[in-house]
Design a protein around this ligand. Structure first.
Ligand code: FEO
Length: 395
C-alpha cells in the first residue's frame, strides 16, 4: 500500500495483514492492519512501527516520501510486538542514534524486548515535543492495552494517535470511517470486547479526563484498522457505552455437549427465556469462536454455561472458554450453570465456582440432570430459564 496523506504533511504508511486469523486467542477472521504514521514538519517523526515481517514494507512506504535517514524522531506509543516487532530493522535503517520517544514504562519494556542501546527519551504524562510548526503532547494511558501505552496528540492538527484504543482488527482498502460506514462498528466492538474489556473502568476515567481537558479532536488514528475522521465522537461515545456494560434483557447460553443431552438442556432454557421476551441464543462452543461469544457478552445481562461431566471434570472447550472469559472480567451478569452427567457430575459445581469467582450473580446452585433429559428435566430447564428472566433488570 502506498502512503496516504491524512492531513497536510501527515501520512498513514501502515501495512495490511490480510491473512492473520488469530491474535493471541482472538479470531481475526478479516485480518488486521498495523498503522504507522509520518509527520513531515521541520522535524520528521515516525509514529509507531509495525509487526515483524512487515519491516521492509514499512521502510519502502517511508522511502516513497523521504529518505528514512532524514527521520529525526521515532515515537513508540506501545511496546507490544505488533507495533514494535519491526523496530530493530527500522531503527537500523533510520539511525540507531535517533531519539526514540516512549513512556517511562515503555522505556523499561522496550529495553526488555530489544538488546540495543537506543537513544531512549522517556516522556512524562503531559510532556511535549516541538517539531517546529507543530507540537506533540504525550498522554499516559496505562493498561490501554499494556502498562506502557500512551497517546500522542498533535495540538495544531487536533489529531490523536491512540495506539490500540479505538482500533479494529479489520483488513480492507478503506482507511477512514466515512469510507466504510456502520460496517466497521462490529469490528470495533469485537476489538473492545477482546482487548480492552478488562480496563473498562480506566476507559471511563480516561474519557472523563479528556473531556475535562477539552481536548478537541479532528481525527483519531488508532494503530489497527480505520481512522476516525468523520465523527471521532462516535467511537468515544461507543467506548463509554461498552465500558459501562449496562445489562440488556439478553441471555447467552454457552455450552458444549457430548451426546446432545446438555444441548437439549440449552435449547430448553433458550425456549423458556424466549417466551419471557428475552433475547436468548444458544452458543455451542465448537460452533462459535470464544472471541465472538465475548463480543456478544458485552451487553448481555445473563450468562448460562453448560457442560457435560467428562472424566470428573469439565468438557475441554468449556474450560477454555471459562479461562478466556475470566481474564476479560465482564461485569453486571446474572448467571447459572447446567449440564448432563453420567455418574459423578462435577461439571455444574465447577462452572458455578468459576462464575462465582467472576462475581456474577448466581441465581441458583446450577441444574444438573443424569444422562438424557426426561420430561421433568425439561420442565426444570424451563423453570431455570424463567428464573433467569425474572432476575434480569428491566431495560
Ligand atoms: Fe496492538 Fe496491544 O497491541
Amino acid at each position: 500500500m502506498s502512503p496516504i496523506e491524512i492531513a497536510k504533511d501527515i501520512y498513514w504508511l501502515g501495512v495490511i495483514d490480510w491473512n492473520i486469523r488469530d491474535f493471541h486467542g482472538y479470531s481475526t477472521y478479516q485480518g488486521s492492519t498495523y498503522n504507522s504514521f509520518l509527520i513531515m514538519d521541520e522535524k520528521i517523526v515516525l509514529v509507531d512501527t509495525v509487526k515483524k515481517g512487515f519491516a521492509d514494507e514499512l521502510i519502502a512506504n517511508i522511502s516513497q516520501l523521504v529518505d528514512p535517514t532524514k527521520i529525526d524522531y521515532v515515537i513508540s506509543n506501545h511496546t507490544e510486538m505488533d507495533h514494535s516487532g519491526s523496530l530493530q530493522t527500522v531503527m537500523h535503517r533510520i539511525g540507531n542514534d535517533k531519539p526514540l520517544y516512549c513512556s517511562k514504562v515503555g522505556y523499561k519494556n522496550l529495553s526488555k524486548h530489544f538488546p540495543n542501546e537506543w537513544n531512549y527519551m522517556p516522556v512524562e504524562d503531559g510532556g511535549e515535543l516541538s517539531l517546529g510548526k507543530r507540537t506533540l503532547s504525550f498522554m499516559e494511558t496505562r493498561m490501554l492495552h499494556w502498562p506502557d501505552s500512551m497517546f500522542t496528540y498533535v495540538k495544531e492538527d487536533k489529531i490523536l494517535f491512540s495506539s490500540d484504543a479505538f482500533g479494529q482488527h479489520y483488513a480492507g482498502l478503506e482507511r477512514f470511517d466515512d469510507q466504510i460506514g456502520e460496517a466497521i462498528m462490529p469490528h470495533a466492538l469485537k476489538y473492545f470486547a477482546n482487548i480492552l474489556l478488562p480496563y473498562s473502568s480506566l476507559i471511563l476515567k480516561l474519557v472523563d479526563k479528556v473531556t475535562k481537558m477539552g481536548l478537541a479532536l479532528n481525527m483519531i488514528c488508532p494503530d489497527h484498522g480505520i481512522i476516525w475522521r468523520k465523527d471521532p465522537a462516535k467511537i468515544i461515545n461507543s467506548y463509554v457505552e461498552w465500558s459501562l456494560q449496562k445489562p440488556k434483557r439478553k441471555a447467552l447460553i454457552i455450552y458444549d455437549t457430548m451426546w446432545h443431552s446438555t444441548e437439549i438442556m440449552a435449547e430448553a432454557i433458550v425456549e423458556a427465556l424466549g417466551k419471557e421476551g428475552i433475547d436468548a441464543r444458544p452458543m455451542h462452543l465448537r460452533s462459535w469462536h470464544r472471541s465472538d461469544i465475548i463480543t456478544e457478552m458485552v451487553d448481555a445481562g445473563a450468562i448460562l454455561v453448560g457442560s457435560p461431566t467428562l472424566n470428573n471434570g469439565l468438557f475441554p472447550t468449556v474450560s477454555d472458554f471459562l479461562t478466556y472469559m475470566k481474564g476479560l472480567h465482564p461485569i453486571n451478569k446474572v448467571a447459572s450453570a447446567f449440564g448432563s452427567y453420567g455418574w459423578s457430575g462435577e461439571a455444574v459445581k465447577l462452572i458455578s465456582q468459576e462464575l462465582k469467582e467472576m462475581k456474577f450473580n448466581l441465581i441458583d446452585p446450577g441444574l444438573k440432570i443424569q444422562y438424557v433429559p426426561n420430561k421433568q428435566n425439561i420442565t426444570a430447564c424451563h423453570e431455570l430459564g424463567k428464573r433467569i428472566a425474572e432476575a434480569l433488570p428491566p431495560e
